[in-house]
Design a binder for this molecule. Structure first.
Ligand code: GLC
Length: 422
């Protein structure tokens, strides 16, 4: 196995750690590198290599989903077979389907049996299964059990409670000398992760999902504006200004070093926060995200899938690797070792999995009812729609605009995009 880094702006593969050029590898797979992702991918790939005798090269891609998408779009639109197996985001099947093979043709009609049906449906474009579910994701709220207990408060159920608790604990702890402590960290950079956070704020305020299932634009409403204004009020108060540039890993870094009371993140942060070198091991609780006065808790549906490029020279071998990595043994191992949510329903009843990640059981409903981003309704315009949304949300967080103006402008911008067709 060889490992490489793929650099945006072209198809340059740079060797690392003295790795030999990739001439001998029969397959190349791109893996994410957020948290323990890359290590897990390497281990899974190695197991398949040992079993089959084939040789695979791993390329790691940018952590930001937005950057990774533009890299894939460059590679695929050049019809390059440089990457055989692509790790693709749950919001991309519609965008990339034309470049991906139908896995049911290679792996058989029942290839995706036992996986969450909603994800299989999401990955099926024009009756073609363009990606196999690998892991699912949903936003959750991490909190410091020790600090909440010390201050005799329960985990928040509403955003207002979260705000109040964060203000109180941050002030008291800072006064006691813990001057680096912040109340709440999340993903505030202008990228796909902010789309996920802002969708949670808006949906949990009863403000809808930006575009509804029929393709109607719904963002210009008072609840959505209120949600964005509330988030803006956190900046500089309970959330560091730096969060305007945080992705998942920066937020995790702050929380894991003991410097935040609350964090919004995906389940993967659990294993790392509980690991030996974490400052907060044993002090972390996980609950569903709070809601606003007119809404219910909403977790954005995330997750990643494995697809085979149409330009691969070894599509059948590539599909075999996909089947192995998305199979039960690998999904179980990834769940136990690193809290990656399985997409196989049966694993949510597996005792070893539930022992390693108790909230896979307690928050099961959160995972099965997570709110989808409007990628199906907006088709190959999803990238533009999401960009418009995260830029609008970022503008409110940075005080360029208030929530009401931002959602009104966003409505016009989305209408312009829609006119081009979706
Ligand atoms: C996580 C989710 C993915 C989402 C991304 C945004 O990786 O699984 O669906 O797009 O975060 O940062």
């Amino acid at each position: 196995m060889q490992r490489k880094f793929l650099i945006a702006s072209g198809l340059t593969l740079l060797g690392t750690a003295g790795a030999a050029p990739a001439l001998s590898a029969e397959l190349t797979i791109s893996c994410g590198a957020v948290g323990a992702e890359l290590t897990l991918c390497e281990q899974g790939v190695e197991a398949w290599e040992n079993e089959t005798g084939h040789d695979v090269e791993i390329v790691s891609t940018p952590n930001s989903s937005t950057e990774r998408l533009s890299l894939y779009q460059q590679i695929l639109s050049a019809r390059s077979g440089d990457i055989d197996v692509l790790q693709i985001d749950v919001v991309w099947p519609g965008l990339l389907a034309n470049h991906l093979i139908d896995l049911e043709e290679t792996l058989g009609e029942d290839a995706a049996e036992g996986h969450f049906e909603t994800i299989v449906a999401n990955n099926t474009v024009d009756d073609r299964l363009v990606a196999m579910p690998w892991f699912t994701d949903a936003g959750v709220l991490y909190y410091r059990k020790d600090l909440l207990e010390k201050h005799a408060v329960a985990p928040p159920e509403t955003w207002q409670q979260l705000t109040d608790i964060a203000v109180e604990i941050q002030a008291a702890e800072r006064e006691a000398g813990n001057d680096k402590l912040w109340g709440y960290v999340f993903q505030g950079r202008a990228y796909e992760g902010l789309t996920c956070n802002a969708l949670e704020w808006v949906a949990s305020h009863g403000g809808g999902t930006l575009v509804d299932a029929d393709g109607e634009i719904t963002i210009d409403n008072e609840n959505a504006a209120t949600a964005l204004d509330l988030a803006a009020s956190w900046i500089g108060e309970i959330t560091p200004r730096g969060a305007l540039n945080y992705t998942e890993e920066e937020a995790r870094g702050i929380f894991q070093s003991g410097n935040a009371v609350f964090m919004r993140n995906w389940p993967y942060a659990w294993s790392l926060a509980q690991s030996e070198d974490s400052e907060v091991a044993g002090k972390v609780g996980v609950v569903k995200l709070p809601h606003g006065p007119n809404g219910e808790s909403a977790a954005t549906l995330g997750g990643w899938n494995l697809a085979v490029s149409k330009y691969s020279e070894n599509p059948e071998l590539a599909a075999d690797l996909v089947a192995y990595l998305t199979g039960e043994a690998e999904q179980k191992r990834r769940a136990i070792e690193a809290a990656y949510n399985p997409t196989l329903t049966s694993l949510y009843a597996d005792e070893e999995v539930l022992e390693a990640v108790p909230f896979f059981g307690t928050l099961y409903d959160t995972f099965t009812n997570a709110v989808a981003r409007p990628s199906a309704a907006t088709g190959d315009n999803y990238g533009r729609v999401s960009n418009a949304f995260f830029n609008a949300a970022h503008g409110v967080l940075t005080d360029e605009q208030d929530g009401a103006d931002a959602v009104a402008e966003l409505d016009s911008e989305l209408s312009r995009i829609k006119r081009r067709r979706w």
